[in-house]
Structures are given as structure tokens and as C-alpha cells.
Design a protein around this ligand. Structure first.
Ligand code: FAD
Ligand code: NAG
Ligand code: NAG
Length: 485
């Protein structure tokens, strides 16, 4: 994405008036030697980069604090990693975030205030299967579940101790292997540990245990349970923030992909887009997803000038983007498929790690939708399968478990590829091996009184979630308002 077009500092980008006025001012400049006008620090007080939940919450709070605000968003829509398709037949179909995790929670408060119905959706009503061939599977027995859950709780205890004892360089896979060796587990026990590790950690953190930091992968606030789904769709949250922000005069500009953030002037920030439009402000709130912060300029990354301080760069490097992708399947209403909410599956060696977890919305929203989750390495789709292949493979896995008669051909399907999305390059952040544990705090720290940072990756207590994005946006706005009275 070349950004060769010259920057027009201080002028409203792209307006003919600004372009025409520039030479005139240049001519007059030596004659009048004008004192810096009051607005010299920028045409708006604040630029917010990104219109996901973090950016919209920051923009709203900045405007409430008396600032003029422009939000620049690359996509043709707001909401970022919340993306609901409201379908007349299937209801709210979530391509990104689905659950409000735990309560109390800023989001449950918002739902109560607005009178939005929440549907309870805890991790109950599940069943497990082990694939035995392309067309057959056997149910995991109660005895296996009991034994494997016990093994996993022993593993959790062991990992806690190892976290105390080990240096920061180790990954979670090392700890799991060590446990397996120490306990001298049988092949069938190892299978159980692998099954539990996958459903409890790999699916949740959306990263392989090799990628996750042994010490810090689970360093966030405890989930108190009580998960729920917003019946009208998760996009209600960013939509609500957007309309509140607009009512306070915030301008939200879509299709504006930021390429460069120049804060070298010291008292203003110039943000330039890929098509050469420049916007100036007294300060900026950066809510770019971690994957975008990590991307090289030629791959669609953003150049900071001067480059960001070393603590910030290390934080950006030590965190990684987890990948969680969905294959969403809609079935004819008459289908007698699964009465379960969750299905966990031990895949075949030929499954490339896929089809380990399915979630059914039928008992929750009443819509016969099944969501297959692929997480971590399995979600990278290294062998580049087509959407049709992924859908067919997911259906085969379901048929092997529930019988071909109970799983008809889906008449609706959607496949996400968040890892290839140039405006996030992944699903949500994780703490990778080698991290020091201070990365999220370091990512959130402002640079002078010019750049403030927010986004799920920058929240210490609730990272990787919508609530974390919201809280980080609120915190960045609060700091900026204090710095710029
Ligand atoms: C598949 C999936 C499932 C998830 N499930 C859940 C869940 O169940 N519960 C939960 O709480 N969380 C979940 N999450 C995580 C949650 O969606 C995110 O944590 C949250 O939405 C992030 O908000 P944000 O504002 O930090 O980032 P984003 O929503 O990504 O907002 C950043 C914005 O910046 C924009 N942008 C990017 N690059 C540029 C650029 N160069 N110039 C201008 N703008 C740019 C993006 O387009 C985006 O709109 C899930 C995420 C995914 C992908
Ligand atoms: C943004 O671009 C899309 C095409 O990518 C276009 O359909 C849409 O109208 C544009 N929106 C704005 C606000 O410019
Ligand atoms: C889902 O609903 C069906 C039909 O009402 C019921 O038989 C089944 O037990 C429910 N499943 C769960 C997990 O609640």
C-alpha cells in the first residue's frame, strides 16, 4: 500500500478549498509572520484510529470530556472484530465475538440499561466423541470424562507450580510434556490430556501450547461464569457507542486506512491514510489491533515516526495474535440433529487438527445453526482448503458422530478467515513464550501526551475480549482528558 502522495499538514484532507488556499498562505507567510493561531496544534483535538469497541468507546468518552474527535476506520463498517449479520432466517449470525464473558460486566450493564435480551449460554450440555474413521466415531464414556478431567486438574496444579519455578522463556507445551513424563502416563491417558488441553486452552486462547507463554498465558482476571449472548446481535454494542458518539459531534470516517502516524512535531500528531489524506490533531488514540501493529509496512502495517519507544516495541513483539475461525452451518428446521450445546471431538490424524469443537445455537436462540471452531494452528488453513471443502469436512465430521440421517446438507454456510483479514491479522491477542508479563501494561502506556493506546491487547484484566476493548478505550480517553484539560 504505497503512500507516495504528499502530506498536507494542517489542512482538511482532500477538500479543494484547502488545496487552493495553501499556495496563497505560503505567499503571505513571509509578509505577515503570523503568530501561531490558537488552533495550530490541530484541526481537531483528537484522532481515534479504529472504530471497533475500543475506538468508539474512547471517542465517546473524549467527546464527553469536551474534545472534538475524528475517528478513522479502514473498513467500510464499524465494529471491527464484532461483526453481526442480521439474517431474516437465521437471526443474529456472529462472524466475530459471540459471548459476553462472565458477569458482572460493563456489557451486561449496557444490556440492562438498553433492555436488550441476553440468552444464557454457559459451557454446559456437552458431549465428546473420538473419530474412528471418516464415517464413524465413538462417544467418550463417562469413565473417560471423569479420568480425563481429573488428569487435567492435576495438570493445572502442576502448571501453577511450574509457573512459580520457571523462567519466562518456556512455552506451555514444555510444561504439558514435563507433566506427562513425570506422571509416566499411558497412551490413552496422553490422548485424554491432549483432548482436555485442546478444549480448555487451545480453543480458548486460540493458539497452540507451543506458542503460549508457560508463565503468563492465563494471566487475566478469573472468569466468573454466567456467559450470555445478546439476542439482537453483538453489533448492538458498537452501534450504540457509534450513535452516542455521533450525537456528541464525533465524526466517524469509513474507508480510511491509516498508513502513517507522525508525532515528531512534539505538539501535534499527523495521521496519513493510504490514499494520502492527512489529518492533524493535538493527540491520537491508537486502537489498531495487535496484528496490524506487528505487520510490516509493505504488508499493510502502520509506520510510526519517530518509531515507538523500545518498551512499546517489545510489548508488540512479545504478544501474538491467536487465531480462532468459524465455519457456520445452517440446517433445515426439520433436522433432528444434535440436542447438545457443545460437541468436543478427538480428530483423525488426517483432519489437520480441525473439527475439535462444535457449538449449537439451537437451544439458545432457537435457530438451527452449528458453529464449528478451529483454533490455533488448525485455524491457519495451511493447505489452503476452499470454503466448500471446509464446509463438506465439517458436515462429514458431524455425520460420523450423529448419523447421516440426522445431519442433512446445510442450506446456509459461512467461513471466516480472520488470520488473513488485513485489518486484524488474527482473532485476539495471547501472551507468547518469552514474554515478561508486563506487555499489556506496556502496550497501554501513552507516548508523551501525544499517543494513547487502547484495544483488547492493551487491557490487563480482560484481554482478548469485548469487555477488555471497552475498558481499554475508556482508560485511554480518561488519561488523555486529564493530560489535555
Ligand atoms: C472469531 C472471534 C471470536 C471472538 N469471540 C469473542 C467472544 O465470544 N467474546 C468476547 O468478548 N470477545 C471475543 N472475541 C474478541 C473480540 O471480538 C475483540 O477482543 C474485540 O472486538 C476487539 O475490539 P478492539 O476495538 O480492540 O479491536 P477491533 O474491533 O479489531 O477494532 C480495531 C479497528 O481498527 C481498524 N483498523 C485496522 N487497521 C486499520 C488501519 N490501518 N487504519 C484504520 N483503521 C484500522 C479495524 O478495521 C477495526 O475496526 C472474538 C474475536 C474473534 C475474531
Ligand atoms: C466505502 O467503500 C465501499 C467499497 O469498498 C463502498 O461501498 C462504500 O460506499 C464506501 N463508504 C464510504 C462511507 O465511503
Ligand atoms: C435442547 O432442547 C431439546 C428439546 O427441547 C432437549 O431435549 C435437550 O435436552 C436440550 N439440550 C440441552 C443441552 O439443554
Amino acid at each position: 500500500m504505497p503512500t507516495a502522495a504528499p502530506r498536507r499538514r494542517g489542512w482538511r484532507a482532500g477538500t479543494a478549498r484547502a488545496a487552493a488556499a495553501a499556495p496563497l498562505l505560503l505567499l503571505l507567510a513571509p509578509l505577515i509572520a503570523a503568530p501561531r493561531p490558537a488552533a495550530a496544534a490541530g484541526e481537531v483535538d483528537a484522532i481515534v484510529i479504529g472504530a471497533g469497541v475500543a475506538g468508539l468507546k474512547a471517542a465517546l468518552d473524549l467527546a464527553t470530556g469536551g474534545n472534538s474527535v475524528t475517528v478513522l476506520e479502514a473498513r467500510p463498517r464499524t465494529g471491527g472484530r464484532i461483526h453481526t449479520l442480521n439474517d431474516p432466517r437465521w437471526g443474529a449470525v456472529e462472524l466475530g465475538a459471540q459471548w459476553i464473558h462472565g458477569q458482572p460486566n460493563v456489557l451486561t450493564d449496557l444490556c440492562k440499561e438498553r433492555g436488550w435480551k441476553r440468552l444464557p449460554s454457559d459451557l454446559v450440555g456437552g458431549v465428546g466423541y473420538e473419530a474412528t474413521s471418516q464415517t464413524t466415531a465413538k462417544e467418550i464414556t463417562d469413565a473417560q470424562w471423569t479420568a480425563w478431567e481429573k488428569l487435567f486438574s492435576d495438570l493445572e496444579e502442576r502448571i501453577e507450580v511450574l509457573q512459580e519455578e520457571s523462567s519466562d522463556g518456556k512455552n506451555l507445551a514444555w510444561g504439558v510434556k514435563k507433566f506427562i513424563r513425570e506422571e509416566d502416563l499411558t497412551d490413552s491417558q496422553i490422548k485424554g490430556v491432549d483432548f482436555m488441553v485442546n478444549q480448555e486452552w487451545v480453543q480458548e486462547y486460540a493458539a497452540s501450547t507451543k506458542r503460549l507463554s508457560l508463565n503468563w498465558f492465563d494471566n487475566d482476571a478469573e472468569d466468573l461464569g454466567g456467559d450470555s449472548i445478546i439476542e439482537r446481535g453483538y453489533s448492538a454494542v458498537p452501534d450504540d457507542l457509534l450513535s452516542q458518539a455521533r450525537a456528541k459531534g464525533v465524526k466517524v470516517l469509513l474507508n480510511q486506512t491509516v498508513a502513517e502516524v507522525d508525532y515528531s512535531e512534539g505538539d501535534s500528531v499527523v495521521v496519513t491514510t493510504t490514499d494520502g489524506q492527512a489529518y492533524t490533531a493535538s493527540f491520537a488514540v491508537v486502537t489498531l489491533p495487535l496484528g496490524v501493529l506487528q505487520a510490516k509496512k509493505r504488508d499493510g502495517g502502520v509506520a510510526f515516526s519517530p518509531r515507538l519507544p523500545s518498551t512499546k516495541r517489545r510489548a508488540i513483539k512479545n504478544l501474538k495474535m491467536g487465531v480462532l475461525n468459524k465455519v457456520i452451518l445452517g440446517f433445515p428446521d426439520s433436522a433432528k440433529w444434535t440436542q447438545y450445546n457443545w460437541v468436543d471431538r478427538i480428530p483423525l490424524p488426517t483432519d489437520a487438527g480441525r473439527w475439535r469443537e462444535f457449538f449449537s445455537l439451537r437451544n439458545i436462540t432457537g435457530k438451527p445453526l452449528i458453529v464449528a471452531f478451529n483454533a490455533g494452528d488448525a485455524a491457519l488453513y495451511g493447505d489452503d482448503p476452499s470454503d466448500e471443502t471446509l464446509v463438506a469436512d465439517a458436515v462429514s465430521a458431524l455425520r460420523a458422530m450423529f448419523g447421516a440421517d440426522n445431519i442433512p446438507d446445510p442450506d446456509y454456510s459461512l467461513v471466516t478467515r480472520w488470520h488473513q483479514d488485513p485489518y486484524t491479522f488474527g482473532s485476539y491477542s495471547v501472551v507468547a513464550a518469552g514474554a515478561k508479563g508486563t506487555e499489556r501494561k506496556d502496550l497501554a502506556a501513552p507516548v508523551g501526551k501525544l499517543l494513547y493506546f487502547a484495544g483488547e491487547a492493551a487491557d490487563v484484566d480482560y484481554p482478548s475480549t469485548v469487555q477488555g476493548a471497552w475498558l481499554s478505550g475508556a482508560a485511554a480517553a480518561k488519561a488523555a482528558v486529564l493530560d489535555h484539560p
